[in-house]
Write a protein that binds this ligand. Structure first.
Ligand code: PLP
Length: 405
């Protein structure tokens, strides 16, 4: 391992605590990650040293805040290798990024009878905004199915695509199955037929090195809180020629060029899509999270998470009656499972008593739960700061809980 795990864990204050008198084992990283001290410090520093409203005033505090806010935009651009900073739009999270894209894309390009392809493994936030837009426009949502291993049936795409298909929306990584989807391949198919591609990168941005130019996608969305950054901050990336053709999503301050009762003109990118006062301190602290990740090396973090995934998968597979959902080889550090005869909710609640935080339920993926004909799962999801020893504690506790039923 090329990094010092003990030191890394010390950088995350929340990991130091005990829950029910046991050391906290935090395996709910797919829901939200924890923050290192330098991100917390950046938040505090913003509020104590240079907080002011950005882009508007001519005073020192506002200037400093504006500079720091725009610095984060450049850090995001570099992180995902986007061509220009104008293509990085700050939102309050992946969900808002998807709603923005669905609304504005729909207004500009979708007509009655058009079709949007959405995969069966999507989080509700990459389904419902497209449904809302389709409802408004008289368009149709078409589902791209998966197989029982949790693999997208890409070979079905050719038959699902029609001359009316305008966009394909797919997650980079599934929040339940952990499946890493072959985005370049999907994009090539879509673009060869003139179809736009939207990628929900909520589960990918902290775990894969994203090269947006190489992926060649039209839109890409992610959330800072899943990347060791603050909550309430997200990003929408878009191709510049596409963003330029889209109408604004929300109206208000900042997004305008000139307002007259006879008609309003809009600001240039990216401000056209950033109406109102944004999460200034959050965006600035997101910059600190990106610095942290870059320092650590996303590749190093990913390698460590794969190690943890493989170790936990091997251990879990030995437990009789335990089924893992999502068994693709291209997989990130997320394991969803059920155990015969034990309700997932009981498992989660009992594991909590051992100080272990896992997710239970439907994970905002009703169609995926329907595919497997289940009501929910237990989900353990790893970050680079987790350890093999924590997995041992988890497995031992899990066996104890199962033996009680
Ligand atoms: N998409 C995926 C795949 C997710 O896992 C999540 C959150 O869990 C979201 C979208 C929504 O992200 P947010 O709640 O940060 O908007």
């Amino acid at each position: 391992m090329s990094f010092d795990l003990k030191k890394i864990r010390e950088e995350f204050p929340i990991l130091q605590q005990k829950i029910y008198n046991r050391p906290l084992v935090y395996f709910d990283n797919a829901a939200t990650t924890q923050r290192p001290q330098q991100v917390i410090d950046a938040l505090i520093r913003t509020y104590t040293e240079y907080y002011g409203n950005i882009h508007r005033a001519a005073h020192f505090l506002a200037d400093k805040a504006t500079l720091a806010y725009e610095e984060t935009r450049e850090k995001v651009r570099k992180l995902i290798n986007a061509e220009t900073r104008e293509q990085i739009i700050f939102t309050k999270g992946t969900t808002e990024s998807i709603n923005l894209a669905a609304f504005s894309f729909g207004e500009a390009f979708i007509h009655e009878g058009d079709e949007i392809i959405v995969s069966e493994m999507e989080h509700h936030s990459n389904i419902v905004p497209w449904q809302l837009m389709a409802g408004r426009k008289g368009a149709k949502i078409v589902m791209l199915p998966i197989d029982d291993e949790g693999r997208l049936l890409i070979e079905n795409m050719e038959t699902l695509i029609t001359p009316r298909t305008k966009l394909i929306a797919v997650a980079h990584i599934s929040n339940v199955l952990g499946t890493i989807n072959p985005i370049r391949q999907i994009t090539q198919i879509a673009h060869s037929k003139g179809i736009r591609i939207f990628i929900d990168g909520a589960q990918a941005a902290a775990h894969l090195r994203i090269d947006i130019q190489d992926l060649d996608v039209d839109f890409y969305a992610f959330s800072a809180h899943k990347m060791y950054g603050p909550n309430g901050v997200g990003v929408l990336y878009g191709k510049k020629e596409l963003l330029e053709q889209l109408p604004p999503y929300q109206g208000g301050g900042e997004m305008i060029s000139e307002v007259k009762f006879s008609g309003t003109t809009y600001n240039e990118l990216p401000y056209k899509f950033e109406a109102g006062t944004p999460n200034i301190s959050g965006v600035i602290a997101f910059g600190a999270a990106i610095d942290y990740l870059e320092n650590l090396g996303i590749e190093n973090a990913a390698a460590r998470e794969t190690e943890l995934l493989n170790y936990a998968t091997a251990e879990l597979s030995q437990i009789p009656g335990l089924r893992i959902y999502g068994t693709q080889s291209e997989k990130s550090g997320v394991i969803s499972f059920n155990v015969d005869g034990v309700h997932f909710f009981d498992l989660g609640t009992m594991l909590d008593k051992f100080g272990i935080a896992v997710r239970t339920g439907r994970h905002c993926t009703d169609p995926l739960m329907d595919h497997f004909d289940i009501q929910g799962t237990v989900r353990a999801s790893f970050a680079f700061y987790n350890t093999k020893e924590e997995i041992d504690v988890f497995i031992e506790a899990l066996k104890k809980v199962i033996s009680m039923f």
